[in-house]
Design a protein around this ligand. Structure first.
Ligand code: AMP
Length: 440
């Protein structure tokens, strides 16, 4: 009893979201979905099909695929031990390729699926420092092409990336390419780079010093100006490619450019993950909202990965695009919620039935329709239409109801079009009339 009496009255605290994990409300969420759908349509036009993957995997998968010395595994993985008897280490997926390859192997690999073109969309998790363009839960659209190692497959992949950027309306995207060599030529290059970096060790940052033994290629990628200056004349992979890698790279560029893809050869570009060989690429956009995080996506060839994860040796190439970065680069702008979102404004309760009936018919015909309350003032209803990002308002007052012809307001141009359709018209014809107003 005494205990109860002395318990303080606790204030009710607000529970907030976790840093780096974001909620996305409409209309931004709607735009995102539409942008993603556009990208998926392009993927399907290239013969890719969707694969659904778990968000949680054994931690070992990423250690083996991405590499123990990668930033992702070393610092950023959300991993914990499960409650099973083996206390399995499990991790929220930080990227998609490892999961696709694991799934491919489990499904029988190249024996069952000789050439697999698979895409995925969804959240990835990395415990990075949250900042503009960098979240702890972010979203990717990714694709993997397994079973081909010829340059035409790489060129087609670059074309696909270019087409997705165009279809989603990303401004000024550029594709940077490089060849990272293979098991034949990379070890010797790696050694010569390591020797070079050792000779400049005094000028390198602490991160690069740590990279020196474990992942020396990453030194070329360091954003620290001191490191960039110290390694300005570092040996480059492009000058150390073996003949087959050189020929492969040359043909990839030739084929992709012949298809109209603009590429920027970038000999200092390396990727952070261990599994890449030969072709590697990054998509960047110079958009003010991206700041220094201007990489929209990246990818490359990973011919040894399937074997490394226990499958039969199968080549592969893939990429992942960051959805939030695509949006920052203007990707979602192409998806104004404008064209097919309509708000019906009944003026007075006597017009509510006509409004509800029209809404129901238009929705069945595929439009997105919100109906306001007839009890609210027209001004308040219009405010709501603005806030909802509606493209059009269909206004039904007692006069319009009597005439059977509402007024359509184009919300972008703020112009009214009285009587452009009849309440009894076919739903398709109504939508057609509304779209026509929008095209005027
Ligand atoms: P990666 O898997 O590291 O090659 O990343 C591919 C793309 O995913 C990047 O180019 C970004 O667009 C996006 N991305 C990676 N990490 C983040 C993050 N922490 N926050 C937002 N987007 C990210």
């Amino acid at each position: 009893m005494l205990v109860l009496l002395v318990l303080p009255i606790l204030p009710i605290l607000k529970v907030t979201s976790i840093k780096g994990f974001k909620d996305v409300f409409p209309p931004a969420g709607t735009r995102r979905e539409r942008m993603t759908t556009r990208a998926c349509r392009v993927l399907e036009s290239y013969g890719y099909g969707r694969i659904e993957l778990p968000l949680l995997e054994k931690g070992e998968l990423f250690v083996r695929a991405v590499g123990a010395s990668s930033d992702i595994v070393e610092k950023e993985m959300y991993a914990f031990t499960d409650k099973d008897k083996d206390a399995t280490l499990v991790a929220l997926r930080p990227e998609g390729t490892a999961s696709v390859v694991r799934a491919f192997i489990e499904a029988g690999g190249a024996r069952e699926i000789p050439v697999a073109r698979l895409f995925y969309t969804g959240p990835m998790f990395r415990r990075e420092r949250p900042q503009k363009g960098r979240l702890r839960q972010f979203h990717q659209i990714g694709a993997e092409y397994l079973g081909r190692d010829d340059p035409a497959a790489d060129a087609e992949t670059l074309c696909l990336v270019d087409d997705i950027c165009r279809a989603t309306g990303i401004h000024g995207a550029r594709i940077l390419v490089n060849s990272l060599g293979d098991r034949e030529c990379r070890p010797a290059y790696r050694e010569s780079l390591t020797n070079f970096a050792r000779s400049r060790i005094e000028s390198l940052c602490a991160d690069c010093r740590a990279r020196l033994e474990r992942n020396p290629l990453r030194i070329l990628d360091c954003k620290n100006p001191g490191c960039a200056e110290a390694t300005a004349d570092a040996p480059l992979m492009a000058d150390h490619l073996c003949d087959p890698c050189e020929r492969h790279y040359g043909r990839v560029i030739e084929l992709a450019e012949a298809s109209g893809v603009k590429l920027q050869r970038t000999p200092r570009m390396v990727r952070g993950l261990d599994y890449y060989v030969r072709t590697a690429f990054e998509v960047v956009a110079d958009h003010k909202d991206l700041g220094s995080q201007n990489a929209i996506g990246g990818g490359g060839r990973y011919d040894g990965l399937v074997a490394q994860l226990g499958g039969a040796d199968t080549p592969g190439i893939g990429f992942a695009l960051g959805v939030e970065r695509m949006e920052l680069a203007g990707g979602a702008e192409a998806e104004a919620v404008y064209a097919d979102s309509i708000l019906i404004a009944p003026v007075g309760e006597s017009c509510e039935v006509a409004a509800a009936l029209l809404a129901r018919r238009l929705r069945l015909a595929g439009a997105a329709v919100e109906v306001e309350s007839g009890a609210r003032k027209l001004k308040a209803q219009m405010k709501r239409a603005d806030k909802a990002g509606a493209g059009f308002v269909v206004l039904i007052g007692p006069e319009e109801l009597a005439a059977g012809r509402p007024v359509v307001r184009d919300m972008i141009r703020k112009a009214d079009y009285p009587g452009c359709f009849g309440l009894d018209d076919d739903a398709e014809a109504v939508l057609e009339a509304i779209r026509k107003v929008g095209n005027n």
